[in-house]
Design a binder for this molecule. Sequence first.
Ligand code: TXA
Ligand code: MG
Length: 314
Amino acid sequence: MIKIGTDIDFAAEQLRRGLLVGMPTETVYGLAANAFDADAVLGIFAAKNRPSFDPLIVHTADLDRAGEVADYIPDEARALGAHFWPGPLTIILPKGKRIPDVVTSGLPGVAVRVPRHPLALALLGSLDFPLAAPSANPFGYISPVTAAHVAAQLGDKVAYILDGGPCEVGIESTIVSFAGKKPKILRLGGLTTEALEALIGKTESAPTSTSNPAAPGMLSSHYAPRKKLLLGDMDALLTDNADVDFAVLGFRHTYGMPGIALSPGGDTTEAAKNLFAAMRELDATPGDLILAERLPDSGLGRAVNDRLSRAAFK
Ligand code: TXA
Ligand code: MG
């Protein structure tokens, strides 16, 4: 029996016992464990089948408590946290001593984030330790944006799933590092580059496709459905695949074909929110091909295109 509900005290109790809990955030659902407990954290890697070289994000209740996770918080990082937390932004900070090496895969930096979901904040506020939490999906598959998605794939690995409804943002957090001269975006995500740069000026981006990435979730193939997914200009995709049994993952339209339009009104924020549920739905229908349309490269369109290109890579 998979236990799903909104009982914060029960969720907290499981975490205190070193067990795993499915946790809603505004981006995607996380698979949470006590970040100070190396054994509990190892349980996350095992449940997800996640390679040990791919480090985890640590979630805290607020900026002050991020100080329990980091060795210190540089001024520019503090300013960013003060402005955008709680929210879909992860900052790499110098790792504090209480964080075991398994959390950061031995890296000197720890990824920290204050999530915006009320249930996540209530849970974090009731604990005296932070929560390590990757997205609650098997490694490489599409991230979960409902409690049911978590239950479907990791239901037998968690002690409880805290049900916070469908995620408001729908794609993972933007990751920023201050390790170099200029702030660097390691992963495009739920906080737009425009919003970030309005506060801190021009940023650099990490190379988008590599097998030895700065943020290992940036592996070329990720967020992938089981079916083959092709990404591009829809007119060309429809012409080239006319005789195949496909479904369309469109931006505003499905071009009269079976499939899903992510945002009929053409809003990249709405498209991001609908992306992962739509990918899961199309992955479950008959046929063996998904034709996905590239979004405009503005707002959350860039982060959605990033996810789609990794889903397309085989
Ligand atoms: O929105 C999110 O960030 C969600 C929710 C649950 O908070 N979490 C999430 O975690 O997306 P995950 O594990 O699926 O992706 C975390 C990414 C990975 O690409 C990982 O390599 C990178 O963050 N990362 C974690 N710690 C890092 C570190 N110390 N230095 C560089 N990259 C790091
Ligand atoms: Mg993930």
